[in-house]
Design a protein around this ligand. Structure first.
Ligand SMILES: Nc1ncnc2c1ncn2[C@@H]1O[C@H](COP(=O)(O)OP(=O)(O)O)[C@@H](O)[C@H]1O
Ligand SMILES: [Mg+2]
Length: 330
């Protein structure tokens, strides 16, 4: 933590270590102002003499475009999970899904948050849904086909949700095999899709346990801010418990740094600490902070179509290529 807020602004620093305002060295050392500086020529890159270090401080590999798939099916189910809100779960679900669909994958997105942000983010009105994932979970007569809607993106469908889902958490408690309910209702979809992405709610309650039980993999989005790592131990414990008791096949597919600002030292330090804690589970791809994401939510579409050539869209395409390398048969 030393040095993060240090420097010229610290009021009680002895004069000999005070950095004069306007000193160019001090400015570049502490507050680089260009994105490029942090991307390829940050302190670590300078130290090693390499110019190909990525934002996580490791050499940046290249990620090939995934090969076309001839026969669809045998979906890999992946939960987007972090009990903290506002870390980029929904944004990652929409945009990773859309990027994978661009690569010819058949994608199903599952809105598993009663707030319904994923559904709203794809232009749906929460009050105008005939049936939602809630009905699929709790009404025996509702089938997958009754609930699935097109997302507006070719190759990508959606199981929407709205506030009704908040009742499911309580009602599921009385069900037999309550933790396996989502797994059971999603089973018929596995044959039709290549990837199923579940957007979890910000809690570690029964709905999230259902998502983890239904999944082959978990992606953990983490905001590149201080305190991002708070609560991560609890999340890891939950994942481990589900793996031990309910779903031995569950794997962590990766940890994704989101809302990264390469101009700040602390953004880079958070990434550094992420790599120290999670090693190669941290994706090389990092999602930068840009207002284009909230703009595209308002527009009700993924950034890959709303601002197709933006850096945010490119970042999610790169994530799609990177994650596909980690998935068997993706
Ligand atoms: N990389 C980013 N840069 C800027 N804003 C972002 C970024 N990712 C997400 N956001 C915005 O932050 C807010 C929270 O993101 P969201 O994906 O809804 O998080 P979560 O689903 O974890 O609660 C949303 O308003 C979203 O538009
Ligand atoms: Mg969300």
């Amino acid at each position: 933590m030393v040095g993060i807020y240090g420097g010229s602004s610290a009021p009680d620093m002895p004069p000999r270590v005070q950095i004069p305002l306007g000193s160019e060295d001090a400015m570049t050392l502490q507050f680089p102002t260009s994105d490029d500086v942090s991307e390829s020529e940050g302190p670590a890159a300078k130290a090693s003499g390499s110019s190909k270090l990525g934002p996580t401080g490791r050499p940046m590999p290249s990620f090939p475009v995934p090969k076309p798939i001839e026969v669809h099916g045998q979906a890999r189910v992946v939960s987007m999970c972090n009990q903290k809100g506002g870390v980029g779960k929904t944004t990652t679900t929409i945009n990773l899904g859309a990027a994978l669909a661009e690569f010819g994958r058949k994608v199903l997105l599952v809105d598993f948050d009663p707030q319904g942000s994923l559904s709203v983010g794809l232009g749906l009105n929460p009050h105008e849904m005939d049936s939602t994932i809630y009905n699929l979970l709790l009404d025996r007569d509702t089938t997958l086909a009754d609930v699935v809607v097109p997302s507006g993106i070719p190759g990508m469908d959606l199981l929407p949700s709205n506030i009704d889902l908040s009742a499911a958490e309580v009602q599921l408690v009385h069900e037999v095999a309550r933790e396996q309910t989502l797994q059971r209702v999603l089973a018929p979809a596995l044959a039709d899709y290549d990837i199923i992405l579940i957007d979890c709610q910000p809690s570690l309650g029964l709905l999230t346990v259902n998502a983890l039980t239904a999944s082959h993999g978990v992606i953990v989005p983490l905001e590149c801010e201080y305190f991002a790592l708070r609560g991560v131990a609890l999340l890891k414990q939950t994942i481990d418990k589900v793996k031990e008791r309910l779903n031995p096949a569950l794997e962590i597919d990766g940890v994704l740094g989101t809302m990264y600002d390469g101009r700040t030292l602390h953004g880079r330090e958070v990434l550094e600490r992420l790599v120290q804690a999670w090693g190669d589970q941290v994706f090389h791809t990092v999602i930068r902070r840009t207002v284009k994401f909230s703009d595209s939510t308002v527009a009700g579409e993924p950034i890959t179509s709303y601002a197709s050539s933006s850096s945010g869209a490119e970042a999610y395409r790169q994530l799609a290529r990177e994650v596909a390398l980690r998935w068997p048969d993706a």
